[in-house]
Design a protein around this ligand. Sequence first.
Ligand code: ADP
Length: 489
Amino acid sequence: MRGRSLRFEVTFWYSVVMGVTLLVVGVSIERVAYNRISASIDNSLRQSAYAVINEVALLEGDLRQIPLDSASTVLNPPPWPPRYVQLLSVQGEIIYRSRNLGHYRLPIDTAAIRKRQSGMVVSPDMKLYKDEPIRVITFPLPPIKKRQMGWGQVAMSLHDLDRAKKKNRLALAFTLPAAIAISAIAGWWLAGRALRPIDGVIRTARRIRAENLDERLTRREVDDELGRLIETLNDLLERLELNFRQISQFSADVSHELRTPLTIVQGEAEVALRQGAKPEEMRLALELVLDEAQKMSKLVRNLLTLARLETGQHRPQFVATPLAPIVEDLAEEGQVLAQAKGLTLRLGQMEDAEIYGDAVLLHQLGFNLIENAVRYTPSGGHVELSLITVGEFAHLIVRDTGLGIEESELKHIFDRFYRGDKARNHAEGGSGLGLALVKQIAEIHRGTVEVTSKPGEGSAFTVVLPLKTYMGAESSEASGMPIVERTRS
Ligand code: ADP
């Protein structure tokens, strides 16, 4: 059925099912009718047998004395309907045959006679001569003066039954293909009707391109299979449109972020190459170029990490990782940044907390938070790192006494390339990717990032990560992150 249209397939199977059903129904009806007629033939054979028994009982004598042209219609039935009588001696020799048998003899059920069975026996259907199927009943004749008289046989032609059967088969042989043909045509038409709305969906779906991704398939009022398909496709389009816009926005943002440093690099290079430029001027220009190149390279590195984590290209190494050593390392590195800006950085409450995680990524997460805290805290301020456990979660908290974040900005700070107004004015060096990466790393560790902040007073970023014990005892360190049933959001 490969390569066939759905319409063809539906019609094909519909016709097959219809054909088989009709055949089963036809054959069953024939069987029921045949069994009924067959039972009524058996009945009338028995009645004839009783009539013969009564007639013979009246004779009270030697069976051989029955004249061949007996006037009795019981022993000598009229030619129509074909019914034959034959009488046998006790030993099974024929002693009387009804005239309509001509020179034919009824087949003798010798087994019944040999066994001297007492009841009536209907033999399996047989042929009297070619084209004359018959059914024979054999029965013992009533004894006279306690002497066994012999056997009687009555036969009936099954000609009519056979003809009816043949006619029925013939009718079935003609009507079945016709019925299948009609149901195939009806099936083709019905399938066409049922599938027509899908053509509409296909036409609209074909029209949709990148330029008109906002177009949607027309909704159906009914909640049927097609309605649900349209709903699903529309949802898919919705997501595609969103992703497409995000990608366009992302490209625009990257270009925007790279434009300024590239302009600076170009300008400074021109200064350095200018005729008659002094060695100090050249050196200054090159320093600026190097500075911008470092910024760009950091931006690209962050972007790459983000993209690899998002697309699953970077497979984090999830192993049992104690967080305290990481936080202590971070405190040391942060100290250098903080001192350079005239801030104090100290460790707050520290508890043991072990999680399944990637130490390199977790380090990057912490470093980004410390970098931000230092960047957005004016000199003289404080930054504090703490690690505590709450229930089955580790809380890594980076608190600062810096600028704080406006309520309206809070929902955007984790977006890529988002930079707060104050940040733009007060601090240099950010690219708006730091928190996006923090969030991404927390999420692949099945954790969350929460932030509380008061403008002018400071901010606290809390990374909540499920503890190793929470992730389940049988979780394997090599196979990646174990699945948890509950995720915090
Ligand atoms: P950036 O490179 O600008 O720091 P981030 O993604 O790290 O980008 O942060 C996004 C924005 O969130 C920042 O521009 C700033 O407005 C705000 N922000 C982040 N951390 C802090 C903080 N510790 N204090 C105040 N504002 C912050």
